[in-house]
Design a protein around this ligand. Structure first.
Ligand code: FVH
Length: 315
């Protein structure tokens, strides 16, 4: 079970460390895309000393104007600070940076906020440890404009020593949630949260395609859809309880068989309205499979049993 540790310490121009003392750090940044620029701008705003490198030169101009120092290589950036925060496109990119800057890493700490898989994070942690450096992985649950704001959350896992040592700076970016020593945990949680988001978006896009099929404005429909989706969020704790206990047949008020018939109506109506059913077809297949196996009287939480790892379906 992952240990949870979430904190937010806020200062004005500078952050505070875990003991509450004013904290200014030398931080290097690798990657000045949309997210890297937002992270750097926030660190500068918080009073930290920043050294930055980006593969393509020229992206640091506005940050240099605010006090950042631009260097010519990733190795030079890593050598400049005890801790380097990297945020590049993907792990192919971050792996190539680590390979190129391997000689500079010994004795340093690397915080990798690049989006990737748990396996990629674990492999990077092993490689970086082999080079004599500490590795903290991270998953950013925010868009660039949200960085430093009250809704920004960053998940971390890997080196607890690095997290604790630099929490004062990291918490300036957003709430910092340390999930455990396994470097893959931040990515696992990040991807699971994004899965929830994409499922929500899938329902939204199908719903508005159905409404649009009669020429109704999406903005007007949103006034009905948003509160409905918010109300349905209230079902999640009940599903979670059934999944955790494996008892999908208790307190059932909307059984799977009924919902399979209802989802079938949605897909039939969609076809009649000329709307593609691609986003919802797989869900009806799972409903039918579970109901066909004799669980039609239970809750729809039972379809979890068909997709979980030990169902044997996964590759
Ligand atoms: N932007 C967002 O909304 C999301 C929010 C959640 C977290 N993601 C992840 O953050 C990583 C970076 O995303 P980004 O938005 O900064 O992406 P870009 O603006 O496209 O910038 C990409 C940077 O990566 C550099 N880069 C690409 N390939 C390499 C490479 N082989 N070696 C070194 N650097 C590389 C690229 O450099 P350049 O093209 O300017 O030379 C940019 O600095 C990402 O994992 C998101 O999933 C963002």
């Amino acid at each position: 079970m992952a240990s949870l540790c979430s904190r937010r310490l806020r200062g004005g121009a500078a952050t505070r460390n875990l003991e509450g003392r004013t904290y200014m750090a030398n931080i290097s940044i690798i990657g000045l895309g949309a997210m890297g620029q937002a992270l750097t701008a926030r660190f500068l705003q918080q009073g930290h000393t920043i050294t930055a490198w980006n593969r393509t030169p020229g992206k640091a101009a506005s940050l240099v104007a605010k006090g950042a120092r631009e260097v010519k290589s990733a190795a030079e950036a890593i050598a400049a600070s005890d801790v380097t925060v990297m945020c590049v496109l993907d792990y192919a990119a971050s792996d190539s940076v680590i390979d190129d800057a391997a000689s500079a890493l010994s004795g340093r700490a690397l915080v990798n906020l690049t989006n990737g898989t748990p396996a990629q994070a674990r492999a990077a942690a092993e490689q970086v440890a082999g080079l004599g450096a500490a590795y903290l992985d991270g998953g950013i649950m925010a868009t660039p404009p949200m960085i430093g704001g009250e809704h920004a959350l960053i998940l971390y896992s890997g080196s607890k020593t690095t997290f604790d040592a630099h929490a004062g700076a990291l918490e300036g970016l957003g709430a910092a949630n340390y999930l455990g020593a396994d470097a893959g945990l931040a990515s696992l949680h990040d991807l699971a949260l994004l899965s929830g988001m994409y499922g929500l978006f899938a329902g939204f896009f199908h719903a508005i395609a159905l409404i649009d099929s009669e020429g109704i404005r999406v903005g007007a429909f949103l006034k009905l859809l948003s509160p409905w989706m918010t109300a349905m969020m209230g079902e999640l704790p009940g599903y979670a309880e059934k999944i955790d206990s494996g008892r999908h047949g208790v307190n059932v008020v909307s059984n799977l068989g009924m919902q399979a018939a209802s989802l079938d109506n949605i897909l039939t109506a969609s076809r009649e309205q000329g709307v593609a059913t691609d986003l919802l077809d797989p869900m009806l297949e799972l409903f039918r499979e579970r109901a066909g196996a004799g669980f039609g009287d239970e809750d729809i939480s039972g379809i979890f049993e068909l997709i979980r790892r030990k169902s044997g379906k996964a590759g």
